[in-house]
Design a protein around this ligand. Structure first.
Ligand code: ADP
Length: 394
C-alpha cells in the first residue's frame, strides 16, 4: 500500500474510540508525523472534511498533510505530530511547586484556543468535543485543536428551507425506527441519588443510550443518521478501555464534563454555542487546575451544573421549555446556587465574568470566540507570555 511505502511506523502513541494513533516518519525527508488510523467511516469522513476546510484557517488547528482511504473503509490521516496536550500541561502545573498556572501563561493558552475555535466557527464547523485532551501542544508551546472525529459543518441559520426539509426527512426516519421517548422523572434529591447509584448498571446505560437516540433528529446539521456516535453515547459507553470504576475513565466521562446543558437535554438544533460552553469549562479548569463539572452520569452532570448556576428555567432561557427532554427530566429546585464565584475563589472579577459569559444557559447569550479574543483581559497586565515561554511538560 502507498502509505506503507511512504511512511515508517515508529510506535503507537494513543488510541481513541475509533482510532489508533502512531508516531511515524515520512521516508522522503524524515519528517516526524502522526498517523491516525480511523476505523469508523463516518468519523473519518467528518475529520477529513473538517481538517481540509480548516487547513489554512488558523495556526491553532492541527495540520493534515494528506490522507488515505483503505479498501476496508478505514482511513489513515497523516497529521503533524504534537507530543503533548493541555491536559498534561494542567497536570504538570498541578504538580509543580507553585501549584498553579501564571496569569500570563493562562492568557496565552486561552488566546491560542480562541484563535483555533474562532477559525472553526468562522467556517461553521462545530467541534463538539472540545476538552483539554483534544488541545494538542507542540514542544515549542503552540496549541492546536485536534480530534475532529465528531465535528460537523452546520447549515447556516438563514437556510431555512433546507433546514425544514431535513427536519421532516429525519422525523420520518425516526418514526420508522419506532423511536420512543424516554420517560425519566427525577423529583427529589433522594430519587436523584438513587438514580445516581444506578448509573453503572446495564439498565442505566440502556436508558442513557435510549435517551440519546432521542437526540438524533438533527434539524440544523447536515445529513444525520441514527448511528451517530456522538449522540448515542456510544463513543463513551462502548469504548474499548471502559471497564467500570477503575482507571481509564478520562475519555469516557471527559467529554460529558464539557457538554452544554442543551445537549444534556437532548437538543437537536444546537449550534456553534455548544463549543462555547466547553470553552467556559476549559477556562475554569485553567484557573483552578480542577475540572469544573466532573459529572459521573448525564443526570449527575446536570445536577452539578444546577448546584452552581441554579436550575435551568425559562427565566434563564425562555426557549428551554422546547428542549426534547425538558419535561422528562426534572430536578428539585436548587434554592441557593453557589455561583461560579464559588468555584473560582481568588480569581479576578474579569476572569469570573469571562467564564460566566460562556456558561450562559441561553446559548445566544454566550460570548463568541471572536468577541472573547478582543476582550481587554488580554491587553491588560499581566500580558500573555510569549508562546516560547510557555511551560510545556517534558
Ligand atoms: P479519537 O478521535 O479516537 O479520540 P484522537 O484524535 O483524540 O482520537 O487521538 C487519540 C490519541 O492519540 C490522543 O489522545 C493523542 O494522545 C494521540 N494523538 C492524536 N493526534 C495526535 C497528533 N497529531 N500528534 C500526536 N499525538 C496525537
Amino acid at each position: 500500500q502507498e502509505i506503507i511505502a511512504r511512511y515508517q511506523i515508529l510506535e503507537r502513541v494513543g488510541s481513541g474510540a475509533y482510532s489508533d494513533v502512531y508516531r511515524g516518519r515520512r521516508l522522503s525527508d524524515g519528517l516526524i508525523v502522526a498517523l491516525k488510523e480511523v476505523h469508523d467511516y463516518q468519523s473519518a469522513f467528518r475529520e477529513i472534511e473538517a481538517l481540509q476546510m480548516l487547513q489554512d484557517a488558523s495556526p491553532n488547528v492541527v495540520a493534515m498533510h494528506e490522507y488515505f482511504w483503505r479498501e476496508d473503509e478505514d482511513a489513515v490521516l497523516v497529521l503533524e505530530f504534537l507530543r503533548t496536550d493541555l491536559a498534561s500541561v494542567i497536570a504538570a502545573a498541578k504538580k509543580s511547586e507553585k501549584g498553579s498556572l501564571g496569569v500570563g501563561e493562562i492568557k496565552q493558552w486561552m488566546l491560542q484556543i480562541l484563535s483555533g475555535v474562532e477559525a472553526c466557527h468562522r467556517n461553521w464547523i462545530v467541534h463538539r468535543d472540545l476538552k483539554p485532551g483534544n488541545l494538542l501542544v507542540s514542544d515549542d508551546g503552540v496549541l492546536k485543536i485536534a480530534d475532529f472525529g465528531q465535528a460537523r459543518t452546520l447549515l447556516q441559520p438563514d437556510n431555512v428551507a433546507l433546514d425544514n426539509e431535513l427536519q421532516s426527512y429525519e422525523q420520518n426516519d425516526l418514526e420508522e425506527q419506532g423511536y420512543q421517548n424516554l420517560n425519566l422523572e427525577i423529583v427529589s434529591r433522594d430519587e436523584y441519588l438513587r438514580e445516581l447509584g444506578e448509573v453503572d448498571t446495564g439498565d442505566a446505560h440502556h436508558d442513557e443510550a435510549e435517551k440519546e437516540t432521542n437526540s438524533c433528529m438533527a434539524t440544523c446539521t447536515a445529513s444525520e443518521s441514527d448511528d451517530d456516535p456522538f449522540f448515542k453515547g456510544s463513543s463513551y459507553s462502548y469504548e474499548p478501555e471502559e471497564g467500570g470504576a477503575g482507571g481509564m475513565l478520562t475519555s469516557c466521562v471527559g467529554t460529558r464534563w464539557f457538554r452544554a446543558p442543551e445537549l444534556l437535554y437532548g437538543s437537536t438544533n444546537y449550534g456553534l454555542e455548544i463549543d462555547l460552553w466547553s470553552l467556559g469549562c476549559i477556562f475554569a479548569e485553567l484557573f483552578t487546575l480542577e475540572p469544573l463539572f466532573p459529572g459521573v452520569s448525564d443526570i449527575d452532570q446536570l445536577s452539578r451544573i444546577f448546584t452552581v448556576l441554579g436550575n435551568l428555567s425559562e427565566d434563564a432561557w425562555p426557549e428551554c421549555a422546547k428542549l426534547p427532554d425538558y419535561n422528562t427530566i426534572s430536578f428539585g429546585k436548587v434554592e441557593s446556587p453557589t455561583g461560579i464565584e464559588s468555584r473560582l475563589s481568588h480569581r479576578s472579577a474579569d476572569e469570573i465574568s469571562m467564564v460566566k459569559g460562556l456558561l450562559c444557559y441561553d446559548p445566544s447569550q454566550r460570548t463568541t470566540a471572536n468577541e472573547l479574543r478582543q476582550d481587554k483581559y488580554f491587553s491588560e497586565e499581566p500580558l500573555p507570555v510569549p508562546i516560547s515561554q510557555l511551560g510545556v511538560p517534558s
